[in-house]
Ligand binder design. Sequence first.
Ligand code: NAD
Ligand code: AKB
Length: 316
Amino acid sequence: MIRERILVIGASGQIGVELTLALRKIYGNNNVVASDLREENELLKGTGPYVSLDVMNKEMLHVQVIRQSITQIYLLAAILSATGEKNPNLAWNLNMQGLLNVLDIAREEKIYKVYWPSSIAVFGPTSPKKNCPQQTIIEPITVYGISKYAGEFWCNYYHQRFGVDVRSIRYPGLISYKSAPGGGTTDYSVEIFHDALEEKKYTCFLQENTYLPMMYMPDAIRGTIELMEAPASKITVRHSYNLSGMSFSPKELAGEIKKHIPEFHIDYKPDYRQAIADSWPESIDDSVARRDWGWKNEFDLPGMTADMLENLGVAS
Ligand code: NAD
Ligand code: AKB
């Protein structure tokens, strides 16, 4: 049996912190090496090894993979949709070159498994709005979406051509209380909780009826690990799996928060992120992931809202 040694790249980010902690529970603290360009996240400190690493520096990455006897890589370093529109070149370079560096090293060093997330941002205005299927018209209009779609093809290519066992999920917008989101269009769904608790009001950068696919972080972490632990024979999609959790608008989320904080008030001041949100589907069809490896979400809007508020410190 292989003794797993896992490298998480981008471990100080919104997903990285929780995924690293979850992987450490399964594989043992010392077998999961957290790495990031920025400093180690407070929640990771003292829970296992941390190395400072720039995924763009292929040589440094290669040295770490060999030195740490890495068998699996989770690549989470990326620039997300909203930040990407402010600096398209930077987003394209990091999102593409970071992935190619990891895939090349995985091929050379016979890394056992690679995880790389895609996003519902691959879909564009010509994709179906409701229950957007696994395979459909895909014409993204953001640099982030273009980089994710291209990345999906690279993952499939390295699997078909070189046998790299790379697996991927198109995450919806993720909602979490442990670590802050990093520059996405769906970030309002986390900010709103903090402002509701601290200010009892929130100004949303999306319009009230903007429905988007969303997921609570515990579902996303569980789904990621379930995909990575599924037998290779079950994986029929080597581009990236659609995954669905819930779909709601800012108005609906505010209404749910008001059930716990009646004085909470929301207003709306849409900015450049509205156009990004308008180009994405409202909901996702994830029947292929359900069929292939048994995916099933647990949290809905009321369940997620109650859990967020409880964990952020409000008795409901
Ligand atoms: P994040 O921005 O919170 O975290 C990314 C981390 O990568 C940061 O800690 C950052 O310091 C690090 N990083 C940036 N450049 C780096 C470099 N050159 N070398 C090493 N580390 C570097 O992002 P996240 O929300 O945790 O997203 C992780 C992945 O999941 C990304 O690929 C993102 O596209 C994808 N995703 C996220 C969501 C979401 O809602 N959070 C939804 C869909 C897909
Ligand atoms: C973003 O809004 O950019 C991310 C995503 C859906 O990929 N949360």
